[in-house]
Design a binder for this molecule. Structure first.
Ligand SMILES: [Zn+2]
Length: 202
């Protein structure tokens, strides 16, 4: 018997489907699927059920592109959030890790990736146009670029800084290193709170 005949079809199918997930090559798929199958049947089905739930209900927010189960996310629809501060991140998880600190009171903009010429990812593949539109619509006071501190994140940040300064010369553009650098996020939070207390005075 050849390999094709002994190898279970459902296993081949699962391995094949997982490689459709970005960054999951064959090795990643093997690790995920075989380890997943070590769970009890009950646990496997509960994992599948939660993934199904996520697959059905989650989508990008119409405004900021963060993953949400609403049309417009809870951050964008919260009247207490200061829309004039926009923090730009690569992915939803970056925004949620800043949210976890419960200090930042502005809104986010998720690029859905970063500029990566080697992978053929250019600004047109990201949500850059919508960002420019929001800067205008929100009458942004400050745009905080919080892309990742690696070569691609830096290149993306530099591109955006030039673009925004060119289009909106009056808008302040600042660069903070993403999430884990607590100090810069706290600084950012304080700046936004300051703005808030200023607004409340009026
Ligand atoms: Zn949103």
């Amino acid at each position: 018997m050849g390999f094709e005949e002994v190898f279970p079809g459902s296993l081949r199918e699962a391995l094949d489907k997982v490689t459709r997930i970005p960054t999951y090559g064959e090795r990643g798929a093997v690790r995920l699927v075989y380890n997943f199958l070590k769970l009890s049947k009950e646990e496997r089905l509960s994992v599948v059920e939660s993934l199904r739930e996520a697959a059905e209900s989650l989508r990008p927010c119409r405004e900021c592109f963060i993953l949400t189960d609403e049309e417009v996310c809870r951050i964008c629809s919260d009247p207490r959030r200061i829309k004039r501060f926009i923090c730009v991140v690569e992915e939803s998880q970056d925004a949620y890790s800043i949210e976890k600190l419960e200090r930042y009171r502005g809104v986010y903009h998720v690029l859905q990736g970063r500029i990566a010429p080697l992978e053929g990812i250019s600004p047109e593949d990201l949500t850059v146009d919508k960002l420019l539109e929001r800067i205008g619509k929100n009458r942004a006071k400050e745009v905080i670029i919080a892309t990742n501190p690696n070569a691609e994140g830096e290149a993306t940040a530099n591109y955006l800084i030039r673009l925004i300064k060119d289009r909106f010369p009056k808008v302040k553009v600042s660069r903070v290193s993403y999430g884990l650098q607590f100090g810069s996020i706290i600084e950012l939070a304080d700046e936004v709170s300051l703005e808030k207390s200023f607004e409340n005075r009026k």
